[in-house]
Ligand binder design. Structure first.
Ligand SMILES: NC(=O)c1ccc[n+]([C@@H]2O[C@H](COP(=O)([O-])OP(=O)(O)OC[C@H]3O[C@@H](n4cnc5c(N)ncnc54)[C@H](O)[C@@H]3O)[C@@H](O)[C@H]2O)c1
Length: 266
């Protein structure tokens, strides 16, 4: 048996494509930046942490790829505007935007004081980067792919993370709105909702309480955490020509966790 070949070129390659990944100094963002670069893209690596972003670009360059560092808070509109202008100036195009930067703060709703910071970082940032990249690069080019990183907390509540849950539900709405509005410009907008994935956010020194983490993983039908590589693969797929008719998709990448709605322990 053979598959019908719809595309003459490898649709998961990104030769001549330029991508921006926010929060790409570590975790899922780093892994995504490295994968896109491995597949031929020039990658602009944004992070708050200059050393982390620099190390990712150094890694890309060491393998013969091309990239640049964009230091700054992804939730700062001016950072998004300047970065977009800089990348466009340097490379003449922006084909892919991965809105990945995000933070999680744990506290009961009645004591939650990090509202502004979490909503700004996780939600406002994604709107700012999408708006400037679409307006200055993708709409004029008549094409582009935006992948927003939400979470399964964008589709169901997680206790003690009200800012996170609300911001990620917002990212799902943002994805659908932009997919609907920008389809006419040839821009695809999709969203990946990672389940529990091994990064600093979960297993790092400032990550989750180990007891809570064990309980969460115990409810994943595949019986383990996801890896950053598995999240990067899903993001790269949605950014690629292999997904050329996918837009407005909210893709759970969660080991089956959201399928378990019964509340019954496994
Ligand atoms: N790890 C998980 O289990 C999980 C699950 C669901 C969703 N997610 C989402 O995936 C994305 C990446 O998470 P991760 O686990 O890789 O996190 P991480 O903490 O391991 O890495 C996040 C990176 O983003 C950078 N960053 C944080 N705030 C920033 C800002 N304002 N501007 C620029 N850079 C910033 C950090 O310096 C860090 O390098 C986030 O949006 C997160 O909500 C993660």
């Amino acid at each position: 048996m053979s598959f019908i070949k719809h595309q003459e070129v490898d649709a998961m390659r990104f030769e001549d494509r330029v991508a921006i990944v926010t929060g790409a100094g570590g975790g899922i963002g780093r892994s995504t930046a490295l994968l896109l670069a491995d597949q031929g893209a020039v990658v602009a690596v944004n992070d708050l942490d200059p050393a982390a972003a620099g190390a990712v670009v150094a890694e890309i360059e060491a393998k013969g790829g091309k990239g640049c560092v964009i230091v700054g808070d992804a939730a700062d509109e001016a950072v998004a505007d300047e970065a977009s202008a800089r990348v466009l100036n340097a490379y003449g195009r922006i084909d892919i935007l991965v809105n990945n930067a995000g933070i999680s703060v744990v506290a009961p709703a009645e004591d939650f004081v990090a509202w502004d910071r979490v909503i700004r970082t996780n939600l406002y940032s994604q709107f700012y980067w999408s708006r400037v990249v679409a307006k200055t690069a993708m709409i004029p080019a008549g094409r582009g792919a935006i992948v927003n990183v939400a979470s399964i907390a964008g589709l169901a509540a997680v206790p003690n993370q009200i800012g996170y849950v609300v911001s990620k539900h917002g990212v799902v709405g943002l994805t659908r709105s932009l997919a609907v509005e920008w389809g006419r410009y040839g821009i695809r907008v999709n969203c990946v909702c990672p389940g529990i994935t091994a990064t600093d956010m979960t297993t790092g020194p400032t990550g989750m309480d180990p007891e809570r983490l064990r309980a969460r993983v115990g409810r994943v039908p595949l019986g383990r955490m996801g890896t950053v590589g598995e999240q990067a693969e899903a993001i790269a797929f949605l950014a690629s020509d292999a997904a050329s008719y996918l837009s407005g998709v909210i893709l759970n990448n969660d080991g089956g966790q959201l399928a378990l709605h019964s509340g019954v322990m496994m």
